[in-house]
Every structure is written in structure tokens, then in C-alpha cells.
Design a protein around this ligand. Sequence first.
Ligand code: ASP
Length: 386
Amino acid sequence: MKTLNRPLWRLALCASALSLAACTATPSRDMAATPAAMQAAPALSTAAAPAAAPNASALPHVVVLATGGTIAGAGASAASSATYQAAKVPVEQLLTGLPELGKVARVSGEQVFQIASESFTNEQLLTLARRVQALVRQPDVQGIVITHGTDTMEETGFFLNLVVQTDKPVVLVGSMRPGTALSADGALNLLGAVSVAASKDAAGKGVLVSMHDEIHTARDVAKLANIKTSAFASPWGPLGMVVEGKAWWFRAPVKRHTSASEFSIDRIQTLPAVDIVYSYANVPATALDALGAAGAQAIIHAGTGNGSVADRIVPKLNQWRSKGVVVVRSSRIPGGFVLRNAEQPDDKYDWVVAHDLNPQKARLLTAVALTQTKDTRELQRIFWEY
Ligand code: ASP
């Protein structure tokens, strides 16, 4: 790596509010190298809050749970908007680097994990859900913000939407550029998310994702672009917008979530193995058979179009179904929904359809539902309702 021009580099990085680490620490030529210690999941730690406004005690208390991702990422230069290490900057620096937070909420922070979100495991989902559930039970906590990598943000958000019992706002946020990049998006995203979590109107709307001024329900939203900052969209549209610290609402979710959910993190010890098989022209049954043989309790078939299944895969899915594996027919198309008994005779095969949930969300709903039932009629009801 070329030696960077230190003063210019520091100036560029300090232009971003989420780059306190770069502004205060001595720049290192080895920034791109991630020490192993940074990647391990640290124990929960509590972070200092940003400077509070004079009437701070009147502001809602929002806890920021940090899990890593690009919003905690750092690159080697201000021009490195896509080449960087995720999960480097600790929550203390994310919060103290953004004093504007103190005007919308009393903010405290905890480092739950420090990972890139593509590496999330079921165990980490459970750990995070338990922490969120414990915090929302505290009377002194009004809202939760979770900083998260964008890759699987929609999965974590949807999982929490299913299993956390609360009406308090729980808001996920990330960024597409690290705080060290020019036009970094993390600072404004974080301010928006804390503003949403502090907003009374966000209560009862389930788990939300606040990205790039838009507020989405975690149920609907998906990452639909990489590289571009406007990466998140919901097939049925966002719920609202957050502008200059104020949330504006236009829609509300109609599906069951959080306090109206029949599922609770208090009753879930582990998640069963549920895996996804992706379809495409010329698809073989190799992956399906390997996952079935490895003990998958359900297979999500990410079909083409309206959840279509290749003719040679149908008997294979039915073989696994006859051995007790649940088959969920979903679609790889982001938009629309799979119609029961349209492309395939689901009643005859005893399959379940994923409705409008994408395969990765169908995986989570199936896993959560399987902790309560293996009855396919019940599973289908759950897919219609959540
Ligand atoms: N790979 C990163 C992650 O999901 C991407 C991001 O955060 O934008 O952690």
C-alpha cells in the first residue's frame, strides 16, 4: 500500500462524523489488516453517550446495540468507498463521533458483536434477540437501535420482528460506505435511526429498518443493490421517511409482529436446520440431496418465477417430504408473491408456499415456526399471517 499523505488523509476522514477513530488515532498504513481480536465476538460492553443537550433528562433513552458491519467499517483512504474492512470501529466511537445524537435522545451503547453480517449465525441471532428482549423490558429504555451490516440486516430485522415481544421501537441501521470514505452515509443513517427509535409514533410498528432517509418494516425490506447507497427497498413501499431528526409516517404494517406474534424469544432455545436450495436452468438435485442428507428439517426452494420447480426436482422434493422434511416453495424473484396451487399442486404434495417472503426470510419464519409445529396446515397459516 502506498504511504498516504497524512494531513490530507486526516482532513478527508474527519469530514465524516462517523470517523472519530481516524480523527483521533494515529493513521496506520495497516488499517486494512484486521487483527483476529477485532473479528471475535466481544463480551457486551457499555459505551459512553454523546454529549447530552441541556434538557437531556426529558429525552427518551435509546440503547444502541452495535454488531459491526460497514457502518463500523474503515478503509485505507477517503476514496475507498467499496474496499474496506467491515466491523472495525467500536460503538463508543460511533456514538461520541456524532454529538447530534444528544439532541434527539439520551443514547447509550453496547457492543454485542463486531462482525460482518454475512457471518451471522443462528446462535448470534438468538443472543441478539435475548438482549433486545431484556432491554425493552426495562422501563427506562424507550427504544433500541441496532447497528448492523447491510448484507443480512433484513434477516436479523425480520427474525426480531417475529420473536421480540414489545411495542417499543426497535430499529436496524447500517451504511453502504465506511465512515472513512468521502460522502460516508453512516452518520446520517444513524442519526435517522436514533430519531425513529426516539419517536413515539414508531411504537407498535414492529421492527424497522431506517436507511437513507426511508423507514421500512423489517418484514418487507430487502437489500436489492450493492455498491449504490440507495440499496434498500420494500416491494410494497416504505412506511415513512425520517428527515432532520423527525419521522414522517405514511403506512403501517398489517402482518403480525412483535407483541402480536405467537412466537417469543423466551421460548426458543435453538433454531432447527432450515436451508435454501436455489433454482436455475439446468439445476441438479445435488445441493438439495446434500442438505437433506445433512439433516435439514425444512428446505426452502427458491424457485424461478412464481416459485416454479424444475420437473426433475419435483420428485426429489417429494422424496424428502415423505421423509418428514418440510418443503417451502418460494421465489428468487424480489417482488410479487407465490400463489398456492398455481405453479405446483401444493395441496397434493403437502408443500407450503412462502407467500411474498423472500427465501432468506422464509428460512427464518420456517425455523421459528418449527419450534412450535410441524403441521403443514399450521405452517401455511403462519406464512399467510406473518
Ligand atoms: N458485508 C457488509 C456486512 O454486511 C456489508 C455492509 O455492512 O454494508 O457486514
